[in-house]
Design a protein around this ligand. Structure first.
Ligand code: F6R
Length: 613
């Protein structure tokens, strides 16, 4: 979603700001803007569209300044246009603000400010905030930092923000609650980013702001941090765990393709150090302290959104089959609002790539309030979810920049499998031979994915068939039903073709009405317990002249002969099959989207980190 960058120091601010906005493009946005401060004057440039549009718009301007803030906006309040783009100015033009998050009580604040004569140029909640700061400053006769603290004390909602003032040359005020913000420390310079991507090129020394903290950045002064009650806070300097090459395309045409190809490594990294050399112990360091809670759990609740929710559905199969404890998988957004029954002996597992998904965070807080143990499975180190859970295991997939999640999914399934194996072994709910079969099977997955990646060109050819299609059905059974959901999600989000995932046997209960010669049906038909039943499901589609695109285990001639297109993948244990079966579907979606001329890495309307409800 929205992105923040800011700079103050001895160098020119604009090159850092524009480069930083480009690094944040992956988060999803629809307008961009920059405010520069020099000689006690704020200059503002903003534009609907891409960062490149903003760059063109500014090209003939004098952009020299050593201090500035910049933003990419993903519209929530007010449509995407130039006026609603950030930064927003105070009425007298002396303050400029960029803001991520939502001011939930903006309407009541706005009505109050309207009564006091303030005029609004945009429809955003952010503009309310800057007028409020200005109003407090005037009426309470306080300095700017105090005015910001006081304004943030009345705000209900979330924020990460940066403010310039024409009165305070070289100074930036930054603050955060519920939306991440980090400050990079250079020599007589400060960098600000809503994540590490814009900063990593310049410094690895960072301070992650905590909720309700307000930082004052001035190149000639020490970093000062207070909270909104004006109590001094001590900055904790950390090393930014990110490398520049991780956020670059490394020769691939798109981040999504790079990330699909990184899966063998992501899985190896997610397993690294978690299985001992004799393979008889699986152990996840991050959850050891809470292992007893997990071993004694009466129920697991998995809360997540989107692709992470699909990983949770795979996890449900794995946990129930290996640990024999009931698992419920919840959309975090529904769970948080339906007054769910949560007991103290429940363990909630929150899964999130970004670690910033607002609904998942809210589900965590709810479960904690009700006394449950909360375990996180996150990819982004130090993210809000990683910090708000009692314990957790990182996926170590490396930064995922493409909006469509790929390597995060297989890494999440890997970590869920490791968790289940470790608990099952301790509970004695798994036979030794099956345990070794799964541990060895997991170890062989990266090589099997490599073999599928070699079929990239073959899958590209199959993708041609989909280019002019309006609808696609994905079918799977058992542990591969979530893979059908995930395959459909990948296709719809990046190619804009309508796609639905169904359990194959559910087809007769409705969706079969859709089948005719124009309907492609992608079916997961790898070796599994219900294989024969899947063959019957394929017959049902064929009898109605639907087109079959099947994913089968190597050497399967039966389904291959029934299919219009067929992708063979290496055999693996049924419980592990989502780790391989999801990969051809990712490649298929990628090539279809590319052939349809879609912006694969930045699909319309989508954001990488959904940090608002
Ligand atoms: C799909 C996708 C989204 C995310 C969802 C949850 O490709 O990327 O559906 O999976 O927004 O995000 P995280 O995992 O960051 O909580």
């Amino acid at each position: 979603m929205c992105g923040i960058v800011a700079y103050t120091g001895n160098k020119q601010a604009y090159p850092f700001l524009i480069n930083g906005l480009k690094r944040l493009e992956y988060r999803g946005y629809d307008s961009a803007g920059v405010a520069l401060l020099s000689e006690n004057q704020i200059r503002l440039y903003k534009k609907q569209g891409k960062v490149a549009d903003l760059e063109r718009f500014c090209a003939t301007e004098d952009l020299s300044a050593h201090t500035g803030i910049a933003h990419t906006r993903w519209a929530t309040h007010g449509e995407p246009n130039d006026e609603n783009a950030h930064p927003h100015l105070s009425e007298d033009g002396s303050l400029a603000l960029i803001h991520n998050g939502i001011v939930e009580n903006y309407l009541s604040l706005k009505n109050e400010l309207l009564k006091r004569g303030y005029v609004f140029k945009s429809h955003t909640d952010t503009e309310v905030l800057i007028h409020l700061i200005q109003d407090i400053r005037k009426t309470e006769q306080v300095d700017l930092v105090e005015a910001v603290q006081m304004a943030l004390s009345v705000v209900v909602g979330t924020y990460a923000l940066a403010i310039l003032s024409s009165e305070y040359s070289k100074q930036i005020i930054a603050a955060k609650k519920g939306s991440p913000l980090l400050i990079g420390l250079g020599k007589n310079e400060f960098f600000v980013g809503s994540d590490g991507a814009p900063i990593v090129e310049y410094t690895q020394k960072v301070v992650y702001l905590n909720d309700e903290e307000v930082a004052v950045l001035h190149p000639d002064k020490e970093l000062q941090i207070t909270n909104i009650r004006n109590e001094k806070q001590r900055p904790s300097i950390q090393k930014l765990e990110l490398k520049l090459e991780q956020i670059e395309k490394g020769g691939f045409e798109h981040f999504m393709l790079k990330e699909i190809f990184e899966q063998p490594k992501a899985i190896v990294d997610s397993m690294r150090g978690r299985i001992n050399t004799q393979k008889d112990v699986v152990s996840l360091g991050g959850i050891i302290e809470y292992e007893n809670k997990m071993l004694n759990a009466k129920r697991f609740i998995i809360a997540a959104c989107g692709t992470s929710w699909h990983a949770g559905l795979v996890g449900e199969h794995i946990f129930e089959s290996l640990i024999r404890v009931p698992v419920e998988v919840e959309y975090a957004s529904e769970f948080r609002y339906r007054n769910p029954i949560i007991n103290e002996d429940d363990v909630l597992i929150a899964i999130s790539q970004s670690g910033e998904t607002a609904d998942t965070l809210a589900a965590i807080e709810l479960a904690k309030r009700k006394g449950a143990t909360v375990i996180g499975i996150c990819n982004v180190v130090g993210s809000s979810i990683a910090r708000s859970t009692h314990a957790g295991s990182y996926t170590h997939a490396g930064p995922e920049i493409g909006v469509a999640s790929t390597k995060a999914f297989t890494a999440q399934v890997t970590v869920l499998t490791l968790m289940a194996l470790s608990l099952a072994r301790k509970k004695g709910t798994i036979s030794l031979s099956y345990y070794y079969q799964l541990v060895n099977g997991l170890g062989a997955i990266p090589e099997k994915i490599e073999a599928i990646l070699k079929k990239n060109d073959e899958i590209k050819e199959i993708a041609r068939y989909f280019v002019d299609k309006q609808n696609v059905i994905y079918l799977g059974r058992g542990v591969n039903f979530p893979v059908a959901l995930e395959g459909a999600l990948k296709l719809k989000e990046i190619s804009y073709i309508h796609a639905e995932g169904y359990p194959a046997a559910e087809m007769k209960h409705g969706p079969i009405a859709l089948i005719d010669e124009a309907m492609p049906v992608v079916i997961l038909a790898t070796e599994q317990e219900t294989y024969e039943k899947i063959v019957s499901n394929i017959q049902e589609v064929k009898s109605r002249r639907g087109k079959i695109i099947s994913i089968v285990s190597e050497g399967d001639e039966t389904v291959k002969n029934m299919s219009d297109f067929c992708i063979e993948i290496p055999k693996t244990e049924e419980l592990l099959s989502p780790l391989v079966a999801s990969v051809p579907l990712q490649l298929l979606a990628y090539h279809v989207a590319l052939l349809r001329g879609c912006d694969v890495d930045k699909p319309r309307n989508l954001a990488k980190s959904v940090s608002v409800e």
